[in-house]
Design a protein around this ligand. Structure first.
Ligand SMILES: *[C@@H]1O[C@H](CO)[C@@H](O)[C@H](O)[C@H]1NC(C)=O
Ligand SMILES: *[C@@H]1O[C@H](CO)[C@@H](O)[C@H](O)[C@H]1NC(C)=O
Ligand SMILES: *[C@@H]1O[C@H](CO)[C@@H](O)[C@H](O)[C@H]1NC(C)=O
Length: 497
């Protein structure tokens, strides 16, 4: 495992030395929830009706909390939009919102439910945590009154925030995070003025929290790790899968590895919206994950994790371009063609032989691949691809990507289109690139949209390489997904770090 921070070890040591009850490991639970959607209303329902709708989901979440507690879990994470879904306008979300106070008020809603007005959802979450004696993490809506003295105040005199809340094992509200990077279509919510960096300390490490689309940007996601040294990130999400590079389990496990932290990811489950994929990810490998397009059921995952993964002796800093910059034996391939992946214009070259060394470049990013297939198949086509530019559809973010992928079919115009199955196995691979960024997320996705825990590793010279076990499993894609945050358009500069 590895991370970008050279000074972590000392910091974490000091922190743990103060913590007499420190645990070396803990049990984490994440629940993928098939949320019950209220009817898509055009006029607001009453607060009582909204509560009834939410309680249908709360009943299911409560069972998951109970089951996790019985297995000894210290913390359980539930998904974004897990209590009421996503189909709202500003008006129709309003009866679902509660006023969530700043956690420093020291409040246990379970024992003092009326202190900040009507708060039945916070009360119920707090009681779940207290009764079962574990940390409970959920996503709900916060409302904050504002008025004309504030020029940003919406015309309905409330800010609405997509909000993550954490209750500790006594039922106390200990963290509140307002989502910063709202996804397109989240018209029911407002963006906070500044990104919030929310952390809390436990006997099993320091936690940070952000929500869904936040994971693609520097703030608050990267800042929590690089500046505030969290051990585990809590990541409630309502993630719609996009192959080949942005399927939930693939990208989220890669983020944990690239950042050198644990990541708990809880997704919603709705196959018609392509929402599935939750996991318990350690920096060196996914410990447990769930992906299923075959059922409409949720799933509870429970696994043990290291409390302070950054203390691991194998945690070292990767120089992502070191190998690729000195790999003089490669000369760029002349036989290249253009293709598109999720609206980005890639340069591709085909893997013609059963083994070989290939290079493709776009501007100053060159990607090198050395590979050996178990057997070259006539019925499947693979390409090496590179993209070095600003992605502009459904959000703007600068990418540097090196990718090996299976084309949908033998027609090379289909390379980069979503495809879920393959038959070609690789005995060996080594992928590297001359990245300009230190933030590179290594992805390996197998046929059937499955992860390959422990089957690959990243060397400190920036090579993503196979371990021997991989050769029995057909590959869909092997990717170094780089994010060059400094090149993002204004509005997303890394201003906190
Ligand atoms: C509304 O404005 C008044 C002064 O104009 C202020 O006293 C009051 O606190 C404000 N209310 C809110 C919710 O901001
Ligand atoms: C999944 O979401 C869609 C709305 O996008 C909804 O119509 C459908 O009922 C949901 N599926 C389930 C099983 O709830
Ligand atoms: C690929 O697209 C770029 C940009 O549109 C163009 O300049 C280039 O000629 C194209 N290359 C090929 C091989 O078609």
């Amino acid at each position: 495992m590895f991370s970008f921070q050279p000074h972590i070890h000392i910091f974490v040591f000091l922190f743990t030395a103060y913590n007499v009850h420190a645990l070396d490991t803990y049990i984490a639970a994440v629940y993928e929830h098939a949320v019950i959607l209220p009817d898509a209303a055009t006029v607001p329902v009453t607060p009582e009706e909204a509560l009834m709708q939410m309680n249908r989901n709360m009943d299911i979440l409560e069972k998951a909390v109970l089951a996790a507690a019985e297995e000894g879990a210290h913390i359980i994470l539930t998904p974004e939009d897990g209590i009421y879904g996503w189909r709202f306008t500003r008006e129709t979300i309003f009866p679902y919102l509660e006023d969530i106070p700043d956690p420093n008020v020291n409040w246990i809603p379970c024992t003092d439910p009326q202190r900040y007005g009507r708060a039945p959802i916070q009360e119920r979450l707090s009681c779940m945590a207290k009764i079962n004696s574990l940390y409970v993490v959920a996503n709900m809506g916060d409302k904050k009154a504002c008025n004309a003295s504030d020029p940003r105040c919406p015309s309905d005199h409330y800010y609405h925030y997509n909000t993550a809340v954490v209750f500790d094992s006594n039922g106390k509200l200990i963290a509140r995070y307002h989502k910063h990077n709202l996804f397109m279509g989240e018209i029911q919510f407002n963006q906070p003025v500044e990104p919030e960096l929310v952390t809390f300390d436990t006997p099993f490490g320091r936690f940070g929290i952000f929500i869904c689309f936040d994971i693609l940007f520097h703030d608050p996601a990267v800042a929590l790790v690089s500046r505030l040294n969290v051990d585990t990130v809590l990541f409630p999400t309502a993630w719609m899968n996009v192959l080949p590079h942005l399927t939930a389990i693939e990208f989220h496990s890669a983020w944990a590895m690239g950042m050198g932290v644990n990541l708990l990811a809880a997704n919603l489950h709705n196959t018609s919206k392509h929402m599935t994929g939750s996991g318990i990810y350690a920096p060196d490998k996914p410990v447990d994950y769930y992906y299923s397009m075959d059922t409409e059921d949720g799933r509870l995952l429970i696994s043990e994790l290291s409390s302070r993964p950054r203390l691991s002796p194998s945690n070292s800093v990767v120089n992502w371009k070191s190998y690729a910059s000195s790999a003089k034996s490669f000369s760029p391939d002349v036989d290249v063609f253009n293709g598109t992946i999720f609206f980005d214009l890639y340069t591709f070259t085909r893997l013609v032989d059963a083994e070989g060394d290939l290079t493709v470049c776009q501007k100053d990013l060159c990607c090198h691949l050395s590979y050996r297939m178990v057997k070259k198949r006539d019925d499947e086509a693979y390409v090496l691809g590179v993209f070095n530019g600003l992605h502009v559809v459904e959000g703007e973010y600068y990418l540097q990507v090196c990718t090996l992928l299976k084309c949908k079919n033998l027609n090379l115009a289909t390379c980069g289109e979503p495809t879920e199955n393959s038959l070609t196995m690789f005995e060996e691979f080594s992928l590297s690139g001359t990245f300009s960024t230190n933030y590179v997320f290594p992805e390996v996705l197998l046929s059937g949209v499955q992860l390959a825990p422990g089957d690959f590793q990243v060397l400190i010279d920036g090579r993503l390489i196979s371990k021997s076990r991989i050769s029995t499993k057909p590959i869909l894609t092997i990717t170094l997904f780089g994010r060059w945050y400094e090149k993002d358009p204004t509005g997303q500069p890394p201003k906190l770090f």
